[in-house]
Design a protein around this ligand. Structure first.
Ligand code: COA
Length: 238
C-alpha cells in the first residue's frame, strides 16, 4: 500500500491518512490518482483496523486544483477526458463508505478538489483555503458528484450561483455557507483533524457507522422514510 505515485496512504493506530501527492501540479487529479484513490478507498472501507479516514493535500499551496488540465489538453476533447473518469465508479465507492471521513483543506480546493471534500463527512479548512468550480468555463460540468453533493450541503441557489458564475469563495464565506464545518489556523489544521478523528475513533465503530448512515442516507428520504431507516438502524444495533 505504500508504492503509490500520486497518493500517500498511511495508517496510524485506527486512523487512515490519505495525502493527495502531486504538489508540483497543485495535487491535480489525474487518471493515475483516480486508480490509486480507488484502491485506497477500498482499503479504508474493508480494513477493520481503520475507523476514520483523513484526507489532505501535499505541499503548501493546495488541497487539489481540480482535474489535471494537462491530461485534458492531450485528450481529443474535455468530454472524452472526462469520460475516462467514469470507467471506475470511484465516487459511488467514496460516498458508500460508512466510516467517518474528514477533509483537512488548505490552499486551492477547486473542481474535483471540492468534490473530494464533499465526499467526506466533516470539512475543516485553514484561512488560506479558496474554493471554486471552474468546470463550466472548460465546457464541462462537475462529474465527481459535485452537482449533487454541493446543493445538498449549501442549498440549490448558492450551488447554482457558484457553479454558473465560476466565482471562487474564500475560507470565511465557505464557512458561512456551511461548505466547511470550521476554520482552523493553517499550522493547526492536521492536528485538529487528528484530534477530531481520534475522538470519533474511541467510540464503538458499529454505532459510529450506523450514526453516519442514519444521517447521510436520511438526507435523501422524507421524514417518514427517514424515521423508518433510523428504526432499522437502531434495531440492527441491538
Ligand atoms: N492541472 C494540471 N496542472 C496544474 C493544475 C491542473 N488543474 N493546476 C495547477 N497546475 C500546475 C501548473 O501548470 C503549474 O505547473 P508548472 O509549475 O509546471 O508550470 C503548477 O501547477 C503551479 O500552478 P500555477 O498556475 O503556476 O500557480 P498559480 O498560483 O499561478 O495559479 C491556480 C494557481 C490554481 C489559479 C492555477 O494553477 C489554475 O487556474 N489551475 C487550474 C484550475 C482548474 O481549472 N482546474 C480544473 C478544474 S475542472
Amino acid at each position: 500500500m505504500s508504492n503509490f505515485e500520486t497518493i500517500i496512504y498511511e495508517k496510524k493506530d485506527s486512523l487512515a491518512y490519505v495525502t493527495l501527492n502531486r504538489p508540483h501540479a497543485l495535487n491535480a487529479y489525474n487518471i493515475k490518482m483516480r486508480d490509486e484513490l480507488y484502491t485506497v478507498l477500498g482499503a479504508i472501507k474493508d480494513d477493520p483496523e481503520v475507523r476514520v479516514g483523513i484526507f489532505q493535500g501535499a505541499g503548501g499551496r493546495a488541497f487539489c486544483a481540480g482535474a489535471d488540465l494537462a491530461e485534458f489538453l492531450t485528450a481529443p476533447s474535455p468530454v472524452v477526458a472526462r469520460q475516462a473518469r467514469w470507467e471506475r465508479d470511484i465516487w459511488g465507492l467514496f460516498l458508500n463508505i460508512t466510516k467517518p471521513l474528514i477533509a483537512a483543506l488548505h490552499g486551492y480546493v477547486l473542481g474535483s478538489g471540492i468534490e473530494i471534500a464533499l465526499c467526506c463527512d466533516i470539512r475543516l479548512a485553514s484561512e488560506d483555503a479558496q474554493f471554486g468550480l471552474p468546470e463550466p468555463g472548460l465546457g464541462i460540468i462537475p462529474a465527481a458528484g459535485g452537482s449533487q453533493t454541493l446543493p445538498r450541503v449549501i442549498g440549490g441557489a448558492k450551488a447554482l450561483e457558484i457553479l454558473l458564475s465560476g466565482r471562487w469563495l474564500g475560507a470565511e464565506e465557505a464557512r458561512n455557507l456551511k461548505l466547511v464545518n470550521r476554520l482552523v489556523p493553517r499550522k493547526e489544521l492536521m492536528a485538529e483533524a487528528e484530534r477530531l478523528a481520534q475522538k470519533i475513533a474511541q467510540f464503538d465503530p458499529v454505532a459510529v457507522s450506523r450514526a453516519k448512515q442514519a444521517i447521510i442516507r436520511g438526507l435523501d428520504l422524507n421524514l417518514r422514510e427517514g424515521l423508518e431507516l433510523e428504526a432499522r438502524l437502531v434495531a440492527s444495533l441491538l
